[in-house]
Design a protein around this ligand. Sequence first.
Ligand code: ADP
Ligand code: MG
Length: 730
Amino acid sequence: MATLRFKVVEEAFRRKAVVVDAPASKVSDYYGCCVFNRETMKKYLSRETCSIVLNAIDTGVPLDREIANHVAAGMKMWAMELGATHYTHWFHPLTDGTAEKHDAFIEHGAVLGTVEEEFAGKLLAQQEPDASSFPSGGIRNTFEARGYTAWDPSSPAFIMDKTLCIPTVFISYTGEALDYKAPLLKSITAVDEAAVEVCKWFDPSVKKVFSYLGWEQEYFLVDEALFSARPDLMLTGRTLIGHESAKNQQLEDHYFGAIPTRVASFMTDLEYECYKLGIPAKTCHNEVAPNQFEIAPIYEETNLAVDHNLLLMSVMKKVARRHNFRVLLHEKPFKGINGSGKHNNWSLGTDTGVGLLSPGKTPAENLQFITFMVNIMMAVYKHNGLLKASIMSAQNAHRLGANEAPPAIISIFLGTQIAEVLDKLEQSSTEEAIHVDDKKRMKLGIAHIPEVLLDNTDRNRTSPFAFTGNRFEFRAVGSSANCASAMTALNAAVASQLREFKKSVDARIASGDSHEQAIFSILKEYIRISKPIRFNGNGYSDEWKAEAVRRGLDCETSVPVVFDSYLKPESVRMFEETLVFSEKELHARNEVKWETYTKKIQIEARVLGDLAQNHIIPLGLRYQSLLLENVSRLKDLYPEDTFRKLAAEELSMIQKIGEHVNVIKTNVTAMIEARKVANKIEEGRAKALAYHDQILPYFDVIRYHVDKLELIVDDELWTLPKYRELLFIR
Ligand code: ADP
Ligand code: MG
């Protein structure tokens, strides 16, 4: 009966590690060989063009058409030498993943009937993809379905699958962002400008502040044969049904354990592909759950890091196929075991090489460090609801608030040392805290912040936003998410906070305070105001939930309602003031969020309905009728009282199966009816709410009874690969 399941299990079992032909040479020999990076530019562009482009990258000044022509010519030559035949503008629409439309390099030649390879500057600089099917939240109605992609020179072009890929932003003809990259770039500029103003008090030579991101990508691998026998994995990326395996992660034997050979060869292959594309992959290891793994690169400037993460996610999928695996990037592919996140390690640093979140060696550096720490705390405090909205999705909702991941409440963990320093600062009088010595140099009277902090021994894994020595780790980001969403909100919030801080300090100076006095007194006030965001305890506990409500933090868990945070007056003001989003863009993007949410739940509901009705119920009934046949034979054979004894268990199983089947059937029918009602709703938010409130609750009920049936029905009959097979065959 269950032939497909046994066939795929056998296939997966027999699989051997695929041999990888990574070169024997050092990584540094081929690192970035598929990237049009600074080194390559020097080779393929004239000295003048090269210096103009590099200056544009470093300072953000726009490039003119003539320069674009020169760059395009150099890029084309380089790409063709590496065997590229096509080019594409590579962009991040408001869907999962990236979009590209490949065009061949060819144009009509001078002689009729011939072609020549062509790639003009205008094709590099700007394109107009037929973009009417990308989500825009109503910004483009169908007649005005025009949007264009524009080259982002700050992220280098690269070659993948014989195609020259040019990172671009995607915007509408009226100028609104239709993608993730455009607002990210704006937020990077906003935080740069705001932070430079503050840094100048400490070091007038600072001209630029970079935002850095080091992500840690978690994922699951499943054998492709098993994957293909699970419609839920194929269509929704997660298992909608399936009873927990007897063994899970309770022995914690997978974490940092030996990497299974097939996986090890996948990782070698993946690292090789990353290096060619200039992605500085650094660590690969097992994660907590069985068949769960992680890859993390060395941190980079945020825009590049985001591009590299998106690139990695698509490269992973391709490489996995070569190894007969499928990558699951879903935040919660399996019930009962850990889900996957994408920790975003974020920091700010100056062009003079100072990490603004690294405690310094001198008192002045320490004051700068504390200034940034405290302002970040204020930003996260003021915008905690928004930051949660920036990482929220139908998928990530399964992870947040479960007993494994950050809770659905944003708080900050500072570690005991920093917390002590701040407490002391708050209590000290300004005179105590600052001494100005005879050389007019400022001194910090508060405890010297020890450098051992850099070892960040003091950790709290339950915190969604934790300080880890020289950076904050935003852990609530989901594994399938585009990091740009979280990074845009964070950079913008911090930029806005730093601007406000600057204004307040300037005002105090104007009224006669010294710089140091002004900074100190405002920091003290901020430390006091932002206290509710600091939490060092167990973020998973129920006490914290109650406490967070008392503190006035955002504790909303309904995904469609969480998105409202983007439209709160303080969010709109913050985004407009930092020039990151206009109010119109915010509204449009929320429409997209609600619509995406609705569609995801809708698809899951359909798949679940199909699995329940067309897979589970029939096989439940089949097993029930086998039992019935047996029982009726027993009845024919034995006298009544012997029969009663012999058939007691079977009769009760027959009844249980019947009961489960009934509950499943009734709930699937009710869920379908609820969908019909929800589908009539026009308004995006209301529809998403209906899907959340009226449809989602059926999932758990249906699943509960399906999973109970799995425990009863003969294993031979069960058609879908079980958890133990999905999680332990590798
Ligand atoms: P963990 O102990 O959390 O696994 P890792 O040492 O693996 O930490 O680092 C996680 C990520 O943080 C890496 O991508 C690393 O490059 C990055 N990282 C380290 N320092 C910084 C920093 N100052 N700013 C941003 N990211 C950083
Ligand atoms: Mg980490």
